[in-house]
Design a protein around this ligand. Structure first.
Ligand code: NAD
Length: 381
């Protein structure tokens, strides 16, 4: 089969790590008889420099016509002083909206060879853990109504209505400026992300933990109701509710209890960064952003790492694993994805380490460069 992939190399280490993933995809193509064709587009700081905007129309069109999108990372100090709507990171939000990517999948797995890299005690993590965080990506507080208003002596209507439910509001002092952000979810938004989580659980250990704040937030109460309704369609999947504060604690106390974590945009943002650290290096973790079609946006969870850009020091494994997710979720090539993931596990077992992992576990080499680590993965493939 032929597959068209839009490549957004972006900034900093982006070009180096995308090059590694492309080499791996090409090797998979050779081994399994597929052709991957690539078209490069600008996104982020490099797009600002060359086209005057972080997400040029040509990039949006190119991503829409491609079968899938592989992104390195965007941003860097050169563009840090730009106003919010001109920053390289706007490209990410724009792409999610333009491509209708409402779910974000982040596998968080501790490789046995890297138990020593986790900040948690060995007795907590030595049995390993393998979590899939399913985060809603285009709703909630990041997209709700927000603003500022001048000081008011009286509470707003909404707050008055809730006063007898919340002691905190009685003590609220409204002097000075007021700023607000709104968390809101519709039934349809919750339903579609819940289906993603339950369907994913079917291919794993068949457990979904839905994380919310239903003891306080009305939006969370709707979240919980709808998730349970959707859950009835998946009687083979065990569903558990957990409040977000407890989930933050449980991730540290006993990460192995989780299989699929289903949660909202903001809670997912925070919990997935927390969980990522349990595996040690940010250079290992891939992600997929998916919508209603098979097209997805695949990227490592880390940023553009300007401090190590251009030096061949970047760990390419997160981007290589993102390419494996593309094979699995966009192209339905599960055996090919398994093969890439097994190759990554094998190089780690063999003691290959980039600088971010140097000194962890049974290493048998000096830290490897980006290119040398990629070569090891290719050898295993
Ligand atoms: P970062 O993830 O780029 O770097 C944090 C630390 O991790 C740095 O020390 C870096 O060297 C290291 N690191 C990151 N990826 C690595 C890899 N593959 N191998 C080895 N080490 C790695 O986060 P930051 O420094 O806060 O952000 C840098 C820039 O990236 C900022 O402009 C930020 O806005 C942007 N950013 C982009 C994305 C994205 O494109 N999705 C995500 C996060 C941050």
């Amino acid at each position: 089969m032929n597959y068209n992939i839009a490549l957004l190399k972006g900034d900093g280490i982006g070009p180096e790590i995308v090059e590694s993933a492309v080499a791996v995809l090409d090797a998979v193509g050779q081994k399994f008889g597929h052709t991957f064709a690539y078209e490069e587009y600008l996104a982020g700081g490099c797009a600002l420099d060359e086209a005057g905007e972080p997400l040029p129309q040509a990039t949006i069109e190119g991503c829409k016509t491609a079968d899938s999108v592989l992104l390195g990372a965007v941003g860097g100090p050169k563009w840090d002083s730009l106003p919010g709507d001109k920053r390289p990171e706007c490209a990410l939000l724009g792409l999610r909206l333009e491509l209708g990517l409402f779910s974000n999948l982040r596998p968080v797995k501790l490789y046995p060879a890297l138990v020593g890299v986790s900040p948690l005690r060995a007795d907590i993590v030595e049995a390993g853990f393998d979590i899939l965080i399913v985060r809603e990506l285009t709703g909630g507080i990041y997209f709700g109504k927000r603003g500022r208003q001048a000081s008011k002596n009286n509470e707003s209507e909404g707050n008055e209505a809730k006063n007898n439910e919340s002691e905190g509001n009685e003590a609220k002092n409204n002097e000075g400026e007021i700023a607000f952000d709104t968390e809101s979810y519709s039934t349809a938004e919750i339903e579609r992300i819940a289906h993603v989580a339950f369907a994913a659980a079917r291919t794993r250990s068949k457990r979904v933990t839905s994380v919310d704040k239903a003891n306080v937030l009305e939006s969370s109460r709707l979240w919980r109701e709808v998730v349970h309704r959707v859950g009835e369609e998946y009687p083979d999947i065990e569903l558990l509710d957990m409040l977000v504060d407890n989930a933050a604690m449980q991730l540290i106390r006993n990460p192995a209890q989780f299989d699929v974590i289903l949660t909202s945009n903001m809670f997912g943002d925070i919990l997935s960064d927390e969980a990522s650290q349990l595996t040690g290096s940010i250079g290992l973790l891939p992600s997929a952003s998916l919508g209603a079609t098979s097209k997805g946006l695949y990227e490592p969870i880390h940023g553009s790492a300007p401090d190590i850009a251009g030096q061949g020091l970047a760990n390419p494994l997160a981007t290589i694993l993102s390419a494996a997710m593309m094979l699995r979720y966009s192209f339905g090539l599960a055996a090919e994805a398994d093969c890439v993931e097994a190759a990554v596990e094998e190089v780690l077992e063999a003691g290959c380490r980039t600088a971010d992992l140097a000194g962890v576990g049974e290493t048998n080499t000096e830290p490897l460069s980006t290119a040398a680590m990629t070569k090891e993965v290719l050898k295993c493939l």
